[in-house]
Ligand binder design. Structure first.
Ligand code: PPE
Length: 306
């Protein structure tokens, strides 16, 4: 689906017209993947648009930068304010937000340290990542032959542009094989995550999800879902899992800012079945919370129009 254009994009502190938000072809990050980014969603609530866990995302952006020796020349507060200004200027309510900090134009070569660090934030309406149908009925996934990057290859905790070459290979492999999405295993052969999603397994009334040492990106949706599930009375365990244990799961789902809570109905041709009751309960709770329907989680919402 093509990006739905809006009016303005925030670039290095100023709002520029959408069509003018351009970079030079010799930008360092284009050649070497030397950028860090975030994906954030803003939801329509009864009190107007609200960004979900904005500060947490911007803090992760800073951490990703730190892992690549990039000092982002704006504070978390400045980036949060810029994001909300941008949403207002574009008169958006529900939207996806993409902040990116990258090594800009200056020098070529693998030493990036003298290049400027440019920062941009874009926002536009973006619907269900794995399709409306996927959100309702569940998707089909396939274990990838591409292993998830491991901690001594690249830092899985960083959300860095270059690291997504790994995700793209896995994603395209799954699409070429006729599936909706991939599942990646870590360097030890245990379950890691999707190319852009964390995974949860339901067995009985316990939820399981891979731990940090399984080379995952520590998803903010993952963290939110763990909290919501525990508050709903479920036990949630971070645990190493084999692919076979997923084949025997009662329910499976992906989480992510883009993917939200997407049920998985089949993995490697093993049927998991229609979205189960716990997945449906957690998905419903997640959408209730993101849309401002549960006061207990109002600290997660940053209102754009105060
Ligand atoms: N793992 C990976 C590798 C990942 O990229 C994401 C987000 C997650 C887990 C979930 O993290 P969180 O969004 O904090 O819950 N992927 C982003 C980019 C997707 C894309 O196609 O681009 C996203 O969901 O915005």
């Amino acid at each position: 689906m093509p990006i739905q254009e809006v009016e303005k994009i925030w670039m290095n502190g100023t709002l520029v017209d959408w069509g003018e938000a351009k970079i030079h072809v010799l930008t360092h990050a284009l050649h070497y993947g030397s950028g860090v980014f975030e994906g954030i969603r803003c939801y329509k609530t009864s009190k107007g648009a609200a960004v979900f866990r904005l500060r947490d995302h911007m803090m992760r952006l800073m951490d990703s930068g730190k892992l690549y020796f990039m000092k982002i020349p704006y504070s978390v507060e400045e980036l949060c304010k810029a994001t909300k200004d941008l949403i207002r200027v574009n008169k958006l309510s529900g939207c996806y937000i993409r902040p990116i900090a990258y090594r800009g134009y200056g020098e070529m070569g693998l030493n990036p340290l003298k290049n400027p660090i440019d920062v941009a934030i874009a926002a536009w309406p973006w619907g269900a990542y794995l399709g409306e149908e996927g959100l309702k009925k569940g998707i089909r996934i396939k274990t990838s032959s591409f292993q998830r990057i491991s901690p001594n290859v690249l830092p899985p905790l960083a959300k860095a542009t270059g690291q997504y070459a790994n995700s793209i290979l896995a994603k395209v492999e799954s699409l070429n094989a006729g599936y909706d999405e991939a599942l990646m295993l870590d360097y030890r052969g245990y379950v890691s995550e999707g190319p852009g999603e964390n995974i949860f397994v339901v067995k009985g009334d316990v939820l399981y999800t891979p731990p940090e040492h399984a080379s995952i990106l520590k998803g903010i949706t993952r963290d939110s879902v763990m909290t919501l599930a525990m508050d709903l009375g479920y036990q949630v365990l971070e645990r190493d899992m084999t692919r076979a244990s997923l084949y025997l799961a009662d329910e499976l789902f992906f989480t992510g800012t883009a993917a939200e809570v997407t049920p998985i109905r089949e993995i490697d041709n093993y049927s998991i079945g229609a979205p189960g009751p716990i997945t449906r309960e957690i998905q419903a709770k997640f959408f209730e919370v993101t849309k401002g329907g549960d006061e207990r989680y109002k600290a997660w919402l940053d209102h754009v129009y105060p």
